[in-house]
Design a protein around this ligand. Structure first.
Ligand SMILES: Nc1ncnc2c1ncn2[C@@H]1O[C@H](COP(=O)(O)OP(=O)(O)OP(=O)(O)O)[C@@H](O)[C@H]1O
Ligand SMILES: [Mg+2]
Length: 430
C-alpha cells in the first residue's frame, strides 16, 4: 500500500518567494492524482518535496501514513520522471532501463528479464540495443519511464513528462501512461499545466495557483462545479464566459441578474436562489460555459441573451461565435512564471483575488493594474473588465457572419455564481 499526504506544507525560498502556500493533500493508494496549474505555481516544488529533494519550510509530508522528513530520497520507494528525462547517452536502452537494478545489485539474468518485461509493456522492446541518440522523442520518454518503473516503486512522480513531445505523441502517451500506472496499481502524482492532460488522465485533479491549492476533485467535479472563479476560468475550452451582474431581489417574483443591457431571471424555485439573493444590490460574477448556451430564434422568451456576432472561429468539428451582448466580462488573466511574491504574511489567493475584484467593482474602476506598497504587484494575476464576447458553440461553418444578430438561450441550472472574493456562492448546494 502506498499513500502520500501533505499536511499544511509551505515552502518559502530564501528570497521570500512562497512557492507552496499551506497545501494539504492526500493521494490514496493506487490513485492517479494530477497537479495542474500554470507555470511557476509550485507544482515541481511539491513533487520535489515529496521525493525528498527539497525540505518544506513548514508542514509535514507523510508516506504510507509515516512522516518522512528525516528519510533520504533513496529510502522513500519513490520513482520520479522529469521533464527533460535525461538518459545516459553512452548506454543502450536496455542498460539505461536496467541501471537502477544494477545499482541495487540485481544479477544480470533476472535484471534482463525485468527490463524485457517493462520494455515490452512500454512498446520499446524492439529498440533495446540502441542508444538514446538513435531514438525518437517519444521512445526516449518511454525509456525514461521504463527506468523509473523498473524498480517497482510504490509511488511514481512525473513532472511534465510529455511537455517536450509533439501533440499527437502526447495524446498517445497520455493514454499509455494512464493505463500502465493503473495496471500496475502504482500511486501516481502527475504534474502538468495542460488541462486536457489533467482532465483525461486523472482520478482526481488538484489545481494550484501561486502556491495555493484552489480546487480538488474528480475531473467532472472540478469542471462542473469549480470551487473558485480561478478554477472556472482555468478549465475548459473555450474558456467559461465570466460576466459581471448586478443582483436585484424581487421578493414576490424572482431574482434579477442585470448584465447592463440585458437581464436573466433566477426563479425562487432554483435551489441556489436564496444564496444569490444575499447579494441584493451588489455585483457578482456569473459563469456560463458555451455548452450552456443554445442558439434560438430571436423571438424566444425566457432566459435569452440577444447579441451580435463580433467574430467567428472555425474549428472544423464546430464553429465558435463570439457575441457582443452589451455585458461586462471579468478577465482572470494568467501570469507567467517566477513572479516574486513579496507579501509579508499569509492571506491566501482568495483574499488577494478578492482585493483585485473589489477594486474592479468600484464604480468607475475600469482597468486595474493592482499595485501593492512600493509599487510591487501583490495580486496573483491581473484581473480586469472588458466588454464581454460571449462564446457560443455553433454547427460547423454556420450560415451567419460578422455583425449578424444571434439570440441564445441560457440553461440556468448550468450557470455558476461567484462572489467578489472569487468564491463559489452556492458552495453548500449540490
Ligand atoms: N531553487 C529555487 N530558488 C528560488 N526560487 C525558486 C527555486 N525553485 C523554484 N523557485 C520559484 O518557486 C516558484 C515555484 O516554482 P516551481 O518550479 O515549483 O513551479 P512549477 O509550477 O513547476 O512551474 P513550471 O510549470 O514552469 O515548471 C516559482 O516562482 C519559481 O521561480
Ligand atoms: Mg515545474
Amino acid at each position: 500500500m502506498s499513500t502520500v499526504a501533505l499536511k499544511d506544507v509551505t515552502k518559502i525560498w530564501p528570497d521570500g518567494t512562497y512557492a507552496v502556500d499551506n497545501v494539504s493533500l492526500e493521494v490514496q493508494d493506487g490513485e492517479f492524482m494530477v497537479l495542474l496549474g500554470p507555470s511557476g505555481c509550485g507544482k515541481s516544488t511539491v513533487l520535489r518535496m515529496i521525493a525528498g529533494l527539497e525540505d518544506p519550510t513548514r508542514g509535514e509530508i507523510l508516506l504510507n501514513g509515516e512522516p518522512v522528513l528525516e528519510l533520504p530520497p533513496r529510502d522513500r520507494s519513490i520513482a520520479m520522471v522529469f521533464q527533460d528525462f535525461a538518459l545516459y547517452p553512452h548506454m543502450t536502452v536496455s542498460e539505461n532501463i536496467g541501471f537502477p537494478l544494477k545499482l541495487s545489485g540485481i544479477e544480470p539474468s533476472p535484471r534482463q528479464d525485468r527490463v524485457d518485461a517493462i520494455a515490452g509493456a512500454l512498446g520499446i522492446g524492439e529498440v533495446l540495443g540502441r542508444r538514446p541518440g538513435q531514438l525518437s522523442g517519444g521512445q526516449r520518454q518511454r525509456v525514461a519511464m521504463g527506468r523509473a518503473m523498473v524498480r517497482r516503486p510504490g509511488i511514481f512522480l512525473m513532472d511534465e513528462p510529455l511537455s517536450n513531445l509533439d501533440s499527437g505523441l502526447r495524446a498517445e502517451l497520455r493514454a499509455e501512461i494512464s493505463s500502465m500506472t493503473r495496471e500496475l496499481g502504482v500511486t501516481t502524482m502527475y504534474v502538468t499545466h495542460d488541462q486536457a492532460e489533467a482532465l483525461t488522465m486523472a482520478d482526481r485533479v488538484a489545481i494550484m495557483r501561486r502556491g495555493v491549492l484552489q480546487d480538488l476533485g474528480t475531473p467532472t467535479e472540478v469542471y462542473r462545479r469549480p470551487a473558485t472563479l480561478y478554477t472556472a476560468a482555468f478549465l475548459g475550452s473555450p474558456k467559461m464566459n465570466l460576466l459581471e451582474a448586478a443582483v436585484y431581489v424581487h421578493l414576490d417574483r424572482y431574482i434579477a441578474l442585470s448584465f447592463g443591457e440585458q437581464t436573466l431571471y433566477l426563479a425562487w424555485s432554483d435551489p441556489r436562489a436564496r444564496a444569490v439573493a444575499r447579494y441584493h444590490g451588489e455585483r457578482i460574477v456569473v459563469g456560463i460555459r458555451a455548452e450552456a448556451l443554445t442558439p434560438v430564434t430571436p423571438d424566444t422568451q425566457g432566459h435569452v441573451f440577444q447579441g451580435r456576432i463580433r467574430y467567428l472561429e472555425h474549428h472544423g468539428h464546430e464553429s465558435l461565435a463570439y457575441l457582443d451582448i452589451g455585458a461586462t466580462a471579468i478577465v482572470v488573466d494568467e501570469i507567467g512564471a517566477a513572479l516574486t511574491d513579496t507579501r509579508g504574511q499569509g492571506g491566501g489567493a482568495f483574499r488577494r483575488l478578492g482585493g483585485a475584484l473589489q477594486r474592479l467593482t468600484r464604480p468607475g474602476g475600469a482597468e486595474v493594474a493592482p499595485e501593492g506598497p512600493g509599487g510591487v504587484a501583490t495580486d496573483p494575476g491581473r484581473h480586469h473588465r472588458k466588454p464581454a464576447e460571449l462564446a457560443v458553440r455553433l454547427a460547423p461553418y454556420p450560415q451567419v457572419s460578422h455583425g449578424h444578430p444571434l439570440a441564445v438561450s441560457v440553461r440556468m441550472d448550468a450557470v455558476h455564481f461567484f462572489d467578489q472574493r472569487g468564491d463559489r456562492i452556492d458552495a453548500g448546494w449540490r
